[in-house]
Write a new protein. Structure first.
Length: 122
């Protein structure tokens, strides 16, 4: 273990693609991408425009989303920049329109009622 190398990465990019609105998948978690640092995790559910931010030191179980907390605004802005930079670095293709907007898809499966067509029609 010892000292951290000078070129040690300060953020980890990840991307979850597995969600398919028309069929059930293992997790039924919306497509998202995120960045993790030693202290924070920022997640963007890009097909539905939702964000999650967790302070892993204060909330290691990720139970308290602070994405809209004004006290974390500068953290969120910095992590958003880092997320975009890493996506560019890794040449991640734009996947944002790949799944129709339907945050109530699981409810629709149970009730037969269709959710809104887009975030603006909520």
């Amino acid at each position: 273990l010892g000292n951290k190398p000078a070129d040690w990465r300060d953020g980890l990019y990840y991307h979850y693609y597995e969600y398919h609105g028309e069929r059930r998948t293992a997790h039924m978690v919306r497509r998202h991408r995120g960045v993790c640092t030693d202290r924070y995790k920022l997640i963007h559910f890009y097909n539905i425009g939702e964000w999650e931010l967790f302070d892993l030191h204060k909330d290691p179980k990720e139970m308290n989303n602070v994405a809209d907390d004004p006290a974390y605004a500068s953290i969120r802005a910095g992590l958003t920049t880092k997320l975009e930079g890493l996506a560019t670095q890794y040449q991640v293709p734009d996947d944002s329109g790949s799944v129709p907007y339907d945050p109530h898809g699981l409810i629709e499966a149970k009730t037969g009622q269709k959710g809104p067509a887009s975030p603006s029609s909520e």
